[in-house]
Design a protein around this ligand. Structure first.
Ligand SMILES: Cc1cc2nc3c(=O)[nH]c(=O)nc-3n(C[C@H](O)[C@H](O)[C@H](O)COP(=O)(O)OP(=O)(O)OC[C@H]3O[C@@H](n4cnc5c(N)ncnc54)[C@H](O)[C@@H]3O)c2cc1C
Length: 390
């Protein structure tokens, strides 16, 4: 069947949505890409490259490459700062779009430089920080699309949210400045090219990582493995060690997951470079010099140890996206018991019980960048089958 006039809406402009949109466009299908923030790339566009002497295949650069493909592809129309308001399914989908209510929540986020489409600023924040606002920037209030669309299929690719580390109160996140998450560490390295302590800007020497924060946690009801925390924390730790050979890195863990290609060899190298302690610290206390005292149990004799670190990194996991519940009602597609969108079955996690609605990426459960891209490719293939396009 011809692809003429076939149109698909992709909701979410992270790596999964970008990949799905791009794959569809290569089959001559028109794509409307709806993104609620004023920038594309989702979480993955915010990561730093974790190469040492060799590429560590963290996937960060693949996101930038896909983003360039998408913004240069005329078959894909991007709507930033936009959300789906209503949807009607009567054969085709009739969609009402509205300006999203997204607002940056800090002066730093007020100037959003991540998008190759625009430099976008928040007028209110710029009034207070005129020096950081470029003259030719687009105002946040001036973007966002309201209107109607008719589409033949929908791909939901609205992603995940990193676990909110404040829920693990004993680690002192947001209370003690030198307790950061894996997400914060990405930002610190991108901004400073090295790891500095948030409290005083000093280069850190002694760093602790705590794994599985918000994952595999019965008390929280989050029983799943997030798939990404072990690889990202160890790649990050190797990168830090590569730049600063004196850095002392300790990884507190329950189980190191063997995820990804060449991971076993990589883990062996990590075991030589870092100290691994199979125990999760129970308490973290701030010290006068800004360091953190952490209490954990010695593996050998079961005695409690208090040890000082310059920086604590919480390896936060993947949890369901904040809009999942609303979107589930809007699109009439169910969520699984963990709160991610449910695919039709284990073998086909990109199709849903709703004809014409498909899933791509972490909206359907934890995945790394490569797996999200593969999932999005599969979703695009299912859409193509559904449209009867050959
Ligand atoms: C701390 C951390 C570090 C990580 N590091 C790595 C790494 O080094 N390598 C790796 O391979 N993986 C890593 N990951 C995993 C990686 O972030 C994910 O695999 C990837 O971001 C998934 O992409 P996505 O498109 O599914 O979701 P997202 O990145 O969440 O993108 C979803 C997009 O949808 C948009 N959206 C949400 N709701 C709506 C809505 N209602 N309407 C319109 N748009 C909406 C969002 O704004 C966002 O742009 C890491 C994860 C974490 C938590």
């Amino acid at each position: 069947m011809s692809t003429k006039n076939k149109k698909v809406m992709v909701v979410g402009g992270g790596i999964a949505g970008l990949t799905a949109a791009w794959e569809l466009s290569q089959f001559n299908i028109d794509v409307e890409l709806i993104e609620k923030t004023p920038f594309l790339g989702g979480y993955a566009i915010q990561y730093c490259c974790k190469a040492t002497d060799e590429c560590r295949q963290c996937g960060a650069c693949t996101v930038e490459a896909m983003l360039k493909n998408v913004v240069n592809e005329p078959k894909i129309k991007v709507h930033l700062a936009t959300e789906v308001g209503k949807i009607n399914n009567s054969g085709r989908f009739s969609v009402d779009l509205k300006k999203s209510s997204y607002k940056p929540d800090s002066a730093k986020e007020g100037v959003i430089r991540g998008s190759p489409l625009h430099v976008i600023v928040d007028k209110e924040i710029c009034k207070k920080n005129p020096d950081v606002c470029p003259e030719d920037a687009v105002e946040l209030d001036k973007i966002g699309f309201s209107g109607k669309l008719d589409v033949d299929a929908v791909i939901l690719a609205s992603g995940f949210q990193p676990f909110d580390a404040e829920q693990k109160g004993t680690y002192g996140y947001k209370k003690f400045p030198n307790v950061v998450t894996g997400m914060d560490l990405e930002r610190i390295i991108r901004e400073n090219a090295t790891v500095v302590r948030p409290s005083d800007g000093k280069t850190v020497q002694k760093i602790a990582f705590i794994q599985c924060v918000g994952s595999r946690d019965e008390n929280l009801g989050n029983l799943w493995c997030s798939q990404v925390c072990c690889p990202y924390a160890l790649r990050m730790a190797e990168r830090i060690k590569h730049k600063n050979t004196d850095a002392e890195i300790t990884v507190f863990y329950m189980d190191i997951q063997n995820v990804g290609k060449d991971y076993a060899g990589f883990y062996e190298k990590c075991k030589k470079d870092f100290r691994f302690i199979r125990n999760i610290p129970v308490d973290v206390f701030p010290m006068e010099n800004g360091s953190l005292s952490m209490r954990y149990m010695n593996e050998e004799d079961g005695l409690c140890i208090n040890e000082e670190f310059d920086l604590l990194v919480l390896s936060v996991g993947i949890t369901p996206g904040p809009d999942n519940s609303n979107m589930s009602d809007l699109f009439d597609v169910g969520l699984n018991e963990d709160g991610f969108f449910a695919g039709i079955d284990k073998l086909n996690s990109t199709s849903t019980i709703k004809d014409g609605i498909f899933l791509a990426g972490t909206v359907a459960g934890p995945k790394d960048i490569a797996a999200s891209m593969a999932h999005a490719g599969q979703a695009a293939s299912e859409v193509i089958k559904h449209l009867g396009v050959s």
